[in-house]
Design a protein around this ligand. Structure first.
Ligand SMILES: Cc1ncc(COP(=O)(O)O)c(C=O)c1O
Length: 401
């Protein structure tokens, strides 16, 4: 069998690329988006339910702060850990929203949550080490681990676990080379959250096994009911990932942050100096405007709009025959079983896109656990467009009633 690295080698008539490249899978959602854009360029009307990106543009006060930063000449490198004012603002955010004291020194601004994930992988993982990850889960995590010669140890979780990696399941899958667990709450693609007790049990398991706990809190703020608990309310010894991309609506600015235990700060900063030098300086000045009452009001109105969309789409998808056992508590997604229609999620999504102009993401993107019988809907478009998507799908799939 020809390996993908061999194909690259023969086409370039040079040395093969590193083996890891052949083992890192494409991020299929981006491929769906590319195809959707190509169809749009040819004049097709496409409804975008594929990408996990708020459809609202960045809130006006943040844009104005960004423009001011540019006018003020904030165009140079900043400190590798981020501008001090922003680290203080994030620290205040933990105090106000969670009642937790987090010293600004433990907060590092990063190029998106993606940059934080890369830093954490580089800090924690030696060659051959494994980290437990929920399957389905955010696909890039296992690829970040592969990049540093570690492995994502995928733990199948289903409706019986609310699609989350809890301590009981994690204990069953913990292996000799496991160095910790990485969870997201609310999660992508399922929108499920971990309760305080579940987070606390997971942390205890990690301590018992001398492992690390990494919690991706990127969808905090986007919960439709009770707010999600931060692991920082339970311990200051876990690693936390967060971002300005989702609740704060700043995907294209590429800004996130991580919170590390105190003993990791010096090493994290050293890695950040080497990997990134600095984040976007003007972006960081813009992000300062994300923490005012005025902008919070805008974010919360948008969150309420997402809740309305979820409340519209969930029963409609169930009516069409998609299997969605729980009402997800947060994030921007509905993870839906398609076994009534197909056992090939890639083909199902391609047909939906090419023939009906509805762009959704194949479950295959999120792991191996029944991924061919699931798809992900991102409710990142208006209710009118969601209604149109439902009409189009109903024509092909019919309804249960
Ligand atoms: C769970 C999760 N973590 C991290 C990321 C990366 O986000 P960003 O790099 O835009 O902050 C995403 C993006 O969708 C995500 O869903």
């Amino acid at each position: 069998m020809t390996k993908s690295s061999d194909i690259s080698a023969s086409s370039l008539a040079t040395r093969p690329f590193a083996k890891r490249v052949g083992e890192i899978e494409p991020f299929r959602v981006v491929e769906v988006l590319t195809r959707a854009k190509a169809l749009e360029a040819k004049g097709h009307d496409i409804i975008h339910l594929e990408v996990g990106e708020p459809d609202f543009t960045t809130a006006e006060p943040i844009i104005a702060a960004g423009q001011l930063a540019l006018a003020n000449g904030e165009t140079y490198y900043s400190q590798a850990a981020g501008i001090p004012e922003l680290r203080v603002a994030i620290s205040n955010h933990y105090k106000t929203e969670y009642g937790v004291d987090v010293a600004p020194a433990r907060i590092m601004v990063t190029p998106g949550a993606s940059g934080a994930l890369l830093l954490i992988a580089a800090l924690l993982v030696d060659a051959g080490d494994g980290m437990l990850l929920a399957d389905p889960g955010y696909p890039c995590n296992r690829h970040f681990l592969r990049l540093v010669e570690g492995e994502g140890q995928l733990v199948p979780v289903g409706p019986e676990h609310r699609y989350q990696l809890n301590a009981k399941v994690a204990a069953e899958y913990w292996q000799d080379n496991t160095i910790g667990a990485m969870v997201a709450s609310p999660a992508n693609p399922t929108g499920e959250i971990l309760t305080r007790q579940e987070l606390s049990d997971l942390y205890d398991l990690c301590v018992k096994n001398k492992g690390h706990l990494v919690v991706d809190e990127i969808y905090h703020g986007l919960t439709y009911g009770k707010a999600a608990v931060s692991i920082l309310e339970i311990t200051d010894q876990a690693f936390v990932i967060n971002s300005f991309s989702k609740y704060f609506g700043m995907t294209g600015w590429r800004l996130g942050w991580l919170v590390a235990p105190e003993n990791a700060v010096v090493e994290m900063e050293k890695l950040a100096q080497n990997l990134f030098i600095s984040m976007s300086t003007m972006g960081q000045h813009a992000a300062l405007a994300a923490f005012t009452p005025e902008t919070k009001k805008i974010f919360d109105e948008r969150r309420d709009e997402f809740a309305k969309r979820r409340d519209y789409l969930l029963p409609e998808l169930r009516r069409l025959g998609f299997d969605i056992p729980h009402q997800p508590a947060g994030a921007l997604y509905l993870y839906a079983g398609i076994s009534k229609f197909s056992n090939d999620s890639q083909q199902f999504c391609m047909d939906m896109l090419e023939k009906h102009g509805v762009a959704i993401t194949p479950g295959l993107d999120f792991g191996r656990n029944q991924s061919n019988s699931h798809v992900r809907f991102a409710y990142t478009t208006s209710i009118e467009r969601l209604q149109e998507a439902v009409r189009r799908m109903e024509k092909v799939l019919g309804g249960k009633d």
